[in-house]
Design a protein around this ligand. Structure first.
Ligand code: HEC
Length: 121
């Protein structure tokens, strides 16, 4: 009898454990500066955008400062839903990259925004 109780109790414990794991897995991803930095590097944005110097594209600092001043949405731009406001003459070069960013999740785009905005002056 003791053994049966022990087995039932273990089953009870195991099923409790499953219950506590489930909600953890369904917690939505949270955007963060670290994720934004990783995405910025992995998607090669950094090849054209350096933190403080203009290379092919404007510096991250310049983009962030302009977006902050204009109170504009980087997420909308990266979703290809808003017009460029930094360097209209070079937009064609950037436009190709929107193919990469416009299919990103909201969480990824928000992370990129947090990362870029962290350079704002
Ligand atoms: C081949 C070079 C190149 C790559 C790679 C590149 N960009 Fe750009 N980007 C540019 C140029 C040039 C501009 C300036 C034109 C403009 O302002 O739209 C620009 C502009 C921008 C702007 C400002 C847009 C505005 O409002 O004018 C943002 C934000 C931006 N890039 C983000 C990114 C992100 C994020 C990535 C990576 C997914 C990326 N860029 C990859 C060249 C590049």
């Amino acid at each position: 009898m003791k053994i049966i109780v022990a087995i039932l109790f273990s089953i009870f414990l195991i099923s409790c454990k499953k219950e506590t794991i489930k909600p953890q897995n369904s917690v939505p991803e949270i955007a963060s500066l670290e994720k934004g930095e990783t995405l910025f590097q992995e998607n090669n944005c950094v090849a054209c955008h350096q933190p403080n110097n203009k290379v092919v594209g404007p510096s991250i600092e310049q983009m962030a400062t302009i977006y902050k001043k204009e109170n504009a949405s980087l997420v909308s731009f990266l979703k290809a839903e808003a017009e460029p406001i930094v360097d209209l003459t070079q937009y064609e070069t950037m436009k190709i990259n929107l193919e990469i960013t416009k299919v990103m999740t909201d969480e990824e785009l928000k992370s990129l925004e947090i990362y870029i905005q962290s350079f704002a002056k």
